[in-house]
Design a protein. Sequence first.
Length: 67
Amino acid sequence: MSAQPLSAAAPLIPRHWTPEQALAVFECLQALRQALWDAYGPQVQQAWRKQLVPDGPPPEFDPDEPF
């Protein structure tokens, strides 16, 4: 799952909230994030690793090829 730019997420976020309401939602999401990390941290790290490092051998290295 990749982060979307704010403009893409904007329709999902109410613009009529007060700063206090926005902060309450932010704090709730942070608490949920922490609870998920506490419960699934190692599994989340492994899933990230699988997304970032594809299976299979690394590409061949050619020292004469420019970067």
